[in-house]
Design a protein around this ligand. Structure first.
Ligand SMILES: [Fe+2]
Length: 343
């Protein structure tokens, strides 16, 4: 130690005086400042649906919707304490709405999505468009898009949410604007311009191009499932679809990226890792994932995370299984710092 201290000068009068002047010597801090590889604060984590579900049902009787912004329970990783985050950059949650309930309009710079798990009959209104929420539908609420939710059906509705508030807060770039909860006109809309984006591969020739967020807000689950069943598996053994912005071919939004994965029974996917974080929702089936040094046995509507630079391999047990994956991968792509590896 004496030798190391002599080398770095740690604890010497010089270093103490430097620190008092709010200066740090790079030579004894560089390992922290420039790590050899990502060191995520979070570990892989698993939330079981059978636990989450009970608390969602209880929330309906305990928390009146009129008094709150959203009746959602956020998957909160213990390593982030009171920060309320699922991964370092992302939030995952479930929202519950009883028949006749509305979640008031608002907008924010955070990018968000809903994935309909048990939401048939509910709708999300996005920038004046009525977006149905049938099983497996993905609904985007891009940055600063006005959005609210409504359940005109006779059933209790639950859907999965994801958003990137931890990332936006880390950048100090989060703005939030409440809407008018008494504005009934907000809900009196139809499908609107969403009709233009029903067909894959077709766009109006004179439409603006290159918008950072997809002009298509609703991605029907029916189409996703059809494509998953007809496409071949990728090099890792999983069938993987990226939801894309039809104007650019890139991710659906600049700061949030969505994927659908089908795991064929009996196939163990080759371990992959990427320098970005992922939240996985089990859409259907049962399976097992090895993530870092953890093994998760999962079933329908469980949620688990893959922290940055953690090896992850998945397999379906007792039939095929579908995962919905939301990640911040596109952020790293846009910053030109994306790294991925496969074994
Ligand atoms: Fe929102």
């Amino acid at each position: 130690m004496a030798h190391a201290a002599a080398e770095t000068g740690a604890g010497t009068p010089y270093i103490r005086e430097v620190e008092q002047a709010q200066l740090h010597p790079l030579w004894d801090r560089y390992k922290r400042i420039t790590p050899m590889q990502p060191r995520p604060a979070d570990t892989p984590y698993h939330w079981r649906w059978r636990v989450t579900e009970q608390f969602l049902h209880r929330a309906v009787s305990e928390v009146p919707i009129e008094e709150i912004e959203r009746r959602a329970l956020i998957m909160s990783h213990p390593c982030f304490g009171d920060e309320t985050a699922t991964t370092g950059t992302l939030l995952g949650a479930f929202t519950v709405l009883d028949p006749g309930e509305q979640a008031r309009p608002h907008r924010h710079t955070g990018a968000a999505i809903r994935f309909a798990t048990q939401a048939d009959g509910a709708a999300t209104i996005v920038n004046g468009r009525w977006c149905e929420m049938k099983a497996g539908d993905l609904i985007l609420t891009p940055p600063m898009a006005w959005h609210g939710h409504i359940n005109p059906s006779q059933n209790r509705i639950i859907w999965f949410d994801a958003a990137n508030m931890p990332l936006l807060r880390g950048l100090n770039a989060h703005f939030f604007e409440p809407g008018d909860p008494r504005n009934e006109d907000f809900w009196k809309v139809d499908e609107g311009d969403e009709r233009r984006w029903r067909a894959a591969g077709l766009a109006m020739a004179n439409a603006p191009t290159g918008q950072p967020s997809s002009p298509k807000y609703r991605y029907p689950g029916e189409v996703t499932r059809q494509m998953l069943s007809e496409m071949p598996a990728g090099p890792d053994g999983a069938r993987l679809i990226r939801y894309i912005n039809p104007e650019t071919g890139g991710a659906v939004m600049s700061t949030l990226d969505c994927y659908a994965m089908r795991l064929d029974k009996g196939v163990v996917t080759r371990p992959k890792r990427g320098a970005y974080s992922q939240i996985c929702l089990v859409v259907s089936g049962q399976g097992r994932s090895h993530i870092g040094d953890k093994v998760f046995e999962w079933s329908r509507h469980d949620v688990f995370t893959i922290p940055s630079w953690s090896w992850a391999s998945h397999e379906a047990i007792s039939g095929d299984a579908d995962l919905f994956i939301v990640s911040d991968k596109v952020v790293f792509e846009k910053l030109d710092v994306l790294r991925e590896e496969m074994q």
